[in-house]
Ligand binder design. Sequence first.
Ligand SMILES: Nc1nc2c(ncn2[C@@H]2O[C@H](COP(=O)(O)OP(=O)(O)OP(=O)(O)O)[C@@H](O)[C@H]2O)c(=O)[nH]1
Length: 387
Amino acid sequence: MVSAALSGEEEEDTALGYYDDEDDLEAFSDAELGCEDGVFSDSLNGEVKPRILLMGLRRSGKSSIQKVVFHKMSPNETLFLESTNKICREDVSSSSFVSFQIWDFPGQIDFFDPTFDYEMIFRGTGALIFVIDSQDDYVEALSRLHLTVTRAYKVNPEINFEVFIHKVDGLSDDHKIEKQRDIHKRANDDLADAGLERIHLSIYLTSIYDHSIFEAFSKVVQKLIPQLPTLENLLNIFISNSGIEKAFLFDVVSKIYIATDSSPVDMQTYELCCDMIDVVIDISCIYGLTDGEAGLPYDEESMAIIHLNNTTVMYLKEVTKFLAMVCFLRKESFERKGLIDYNFHCFKQAIQEVFDVRVKVQQNRKLLSQRRWSKLTMTNGELGNAH
Ligand SMILES: Nc1nc2c(ncn2[C@@H]2O[C@H](COP(=O)(O)OP(=O)(O)OP(=O)(O)O)[C@@H](O)[C@H]2O)c(=O)[nH]1
């Protein structure tokens, strides 16, 4: 049974700030891209956006991953995607905490091409996702992975290296584990042979046909959120004081979970959360929007309660305009809903405080860069006068 209080009234400024920038990069320089001190920064608004690179051989599934996770494309539609022939950059700045850029690379990128400034690209990168097609022979992919990782590490040892063994939907469970072990061993042996055993590769089994791609992306994104330990801590405090078994903080649009408490996550629980978000958004879209209204029908009144047939209750509540908390708890614990709601209110306030600190840091950065700009223009002006 779903009992949901959904409201579609949304202020104009709550329209999702997703994908506000999608352009192809043909030629770029540090100045054009605002690359500074190893992080991407939009020099005028002072926001620092980590960069996530999607790399791998042709047809390994890079563009499909991006389209399915961030554009709600259905997996079957990816069959008609054309091969990427330029680097495609996209801004994902949905929530207060989730804000990054994704760069989708064409499969055939050549590191030895002098026009490809890979040093500049790797310098501003937070995570490099290397996609390997598990349904294909992966010998070439492994040598390309090795080349990419060693080059990137030399330029920026801070990059998180994430390997997606992709398209595992076509493999049996045994086969999946076997492939994962083999790829893990070979990739690490290659690194050890090159004396680079300190490079850590995180390996995930993924497919766009199930939730595995969202889960893997969640883990990649979480590593780029500096506030993660604080968020985890807050969730731990919240669940232990409310009799809740598990709580997730979700980015509603992408269904990436940006934090959870410290108990282990199982795939089934994660899938249920994704389904619940889909139900809430779908019902809100149908019944929550007034005629002609556009945007995501999700606001401070959005909440849903689902009673499962195994005495578990799922409880969803809005945290910020882009984030939702999804909790699992026993039916008995849900009897103290008042207490849960009060604790949730405190949790929400704490999240707001964390967010305010982030905003302050960004404002200071903005001020600093504006000062730098005005100094620079003044100096240029003085120089111009002197001539
Ligand atoms: N079975 C299966 N097929 C997939 C999966 N992900 C992508 N594909 C298919 O793989 C093919 C290639 O996908 P693309 O996303 O175009 O690959 P790409 O890596 O971006 O290719 P280039 O742009 O040429 O570098 C498409 O037909 C997709 O439908 C998956 O998880 N499982």
